[in-house]
Design a binder for this molecule. Structure first.
Ligand code: COA
Length: 134
């Protein structure tokens, strides 16, 4: 069974997150990302005790939140875990005015199903910091 919980320091992160990233954050940085977020929700496989999916939000706590990362490990995809993570974080953030994220075109309908709508976004990426600030 898959359990959904708020992230807590010390939870064991599964292997293989940041699939396809040339310079992925290491586990320690991944843990810091979740720990330093305003809110992070994880999916845990209760047979292994490992985190197999996560979503996080950074926020001012009163008005706006941004969802930088959502990922489910490849072998757990297509079973509704990603949808559940998003539903849970959107529920937690429901009192805020602005909840934004950036995604590729192929995921527009996935997020539309959750009541989100397309916006024009601008961003900057410092690829030398992709694995995290040193
Ligand atoms: C996106 C992601 C989190 C979805 O997780 P998941 O657990 O497989 O999602 P679900 O099983 O809840 O699927 C929900 C729906 O989205 C669809 N979907 C998921 N990923 C999709 C993709 N890449 N392209 C198109 N549709 C997709 C599924 O077909 C499913 O539709 P259905 O319920 O009508 O069958 C997962 O594919 C992932 O980790 N991808 C790599 C990281 C990523 O792209 N993150 C999003 C950053 S914006």
């Amino acid at each position: 069974m898959i359990q959904f919980r708020r992230f807590e320091k010390g939870m064991e992160l599964g292997d293989g997150f940041f699939e396809g990233w040339p310079h992925p954050p290491d586990k320690e940085t991944h843990e810091k990302i979740l720990e330093n977020s305003a809110l992070a929700i994880v999916a845990i496989d209760d047979e292994t005790g490992q985190v197999i999916g996560f979503v996080n939000a950074i926020s001012d706590g009163v008005h706006a939140a941004y969802i930088p990362l959502l990922e489910v490990l490849p072998s757990y995809r297509g079973r509704g875990v990603g949808r559940k993570l998003m539903e849970k974080i959107l529920h937690e953030l429901r009192d805020l005015y602005m909840i934004d994220l950036v995604c590729n075109e192929d995921l527009v309908s996935f997020y539309k199903d959750m009541g989100m709508h397309p916006l024009r976004a601008m961003g900057k990426r410092n690829y030398e910091a992709q694995s995290g600030k040193k």
